[in-house]
Design a protein around this ligand. Sequence first.
Ligand code: FAD
Ligand code: MG
Ligand code: MG
Ligand code: MG
Ligand code: MG
Length: 455
Amino acid sequence: TVGAIGYGAYEIYGKRHPLEQKPFDPKKRTVVVLGSGWGAVSFLKSINTDDYNVMVVSPRNYFLFTPLLPSCTVGTIELRSIMEPIRFITQHKSRNVKFYESECTDIDPESKTISITDVSDIKGSVSNTTVHYDYLVMAVGADNQTFGMAGVREFACFLKEIWDAQKIRTRLMDCVESAGFAKQAPEEVDRLLHMVVVGGGPTGVEYAAELHDFLKDDLEVWYPELADKFRITLVEALPNVLPMFSSQLIQYTESTFKQNKIEVLTKTMVKEVADKEIKVMDANKNLVSIPYGLLVWATGNCPRPLTRKLMARIKEAQTSPRGILVDDYMRVAGAPDIYAIGDCTFSKYAPTAQVATQQGLYLASVFENLARIEEGQNKKITPFEYSHQGSLAYIGSDKAIADLPFLNGNVSVGGVATYVFWRSVYISNMFSFRNRFLVVGDWMKSKVFGRDVSR
Ligand code: FAD
Ligand code: MG
Ligand code: MG
Ligand code: MG
Ligand code: MG
């Protein structure tokens, strides 16, 4: 405790009194980092700015702690608590790190330049320009997979960014208040209070779990007349949810969901998305219509437009439609001096924060070694090796599941103790003392006062 307080005090002091930084050095090479998510931030935290000029381009000027985003959709945690300004992260570097809040719209590997655009509402007289790089680190993450289905972008909510969580929270309360509107027809009440989640991966499961807690703990209390009308349905095309977990934990999750009255429709494919209903092909190959009030779409990743554009420029080497092909050193095939990490790549690992973080850390060490080799030192650059620390997911009513590598095997645990573990893992992985303080505060606040039901 004394250590934690001491560290906190040190961190607060450091944040408010940043050290003076060296300016860019024209003799050093410039590394341009695209993105401010898990991969980019992990790289930025460990890159040695004595060796390089570092510039960051990202449309958002903060890092987002995605594992706790589902908790923000129901107000267990507030959004600002899981955001960390990118400048808090770069201000401790020995050399100034330039940050441009903008989107990279094109990469030209021939001239080693990128095009950047200020995509925010307020722009100065210059909002488009090009920037030169010596090395480029692509960490732009991925887009939401819609399978090209019409209506998804228009009617469903994704769950990836801050604004997605805000939109879900607002829409949910809108549905509840509209269901309570005077003389609402019973079937319309049923529709409005039916929350449908598409996708049985960790994001879809954790969202359904948080939603269940919110219904039980808060909405049923504040809206007693609607209490028995709330319904949650999870739709998954595969035979079971959470394919990355052990079969024991899949069963545990499915039975917990059953107890919590979350209906799980497996082997069910969404065929059509309209404003008030989806049409699905069920396990018996029948086309069924499911009316909904809120639709949350969490079916995984697909490459962003920028990623596809770069792959098209070097298409002889980029043969996978699913993401950028990199070698064991995170170098982009077909583009010298471009590296790619995290969800924008197509690799043998799952697209997780855990992978992106390890790749970012690894790449910073590669850059460190390159600088030492250039000085004449004898350094060897070894390939990236992923070390799996386990998988965790929250499944509702204070229960979590964990698959953890242990000795030469694996342990699978689930329940309330795992939930305490889940919380402590997240808290110890939160980027700063400030975020830890905010999240713990939010948890206590929602335990004591309940969650806020204002729209
Ligand atoms: P991101 O973190 O998505 O970062 C991409 C960055 O690039 C963003 O800053 C974005 O603004 C920026 N960007 C986008 N386009 C451009 C452009 N054109 N130019 C410049 N910058 C651009 N993983 C786990 O390991 N454990 C979990 O518990 C977990 N929970 C999750 C829960 C949710 C709700 C979600 C959505 C994901 C979760 N993940 C989890 C997965 C994890 O968040 C991703 O794997 C991780 O974010 C990938 O890191 P990244 O750096 O590749 O991409
Ligand atoms: Mg990133
Ligand atoms: Mg992120
Ligand atoms: Mg702006
Ligand atoms: Mg309304």
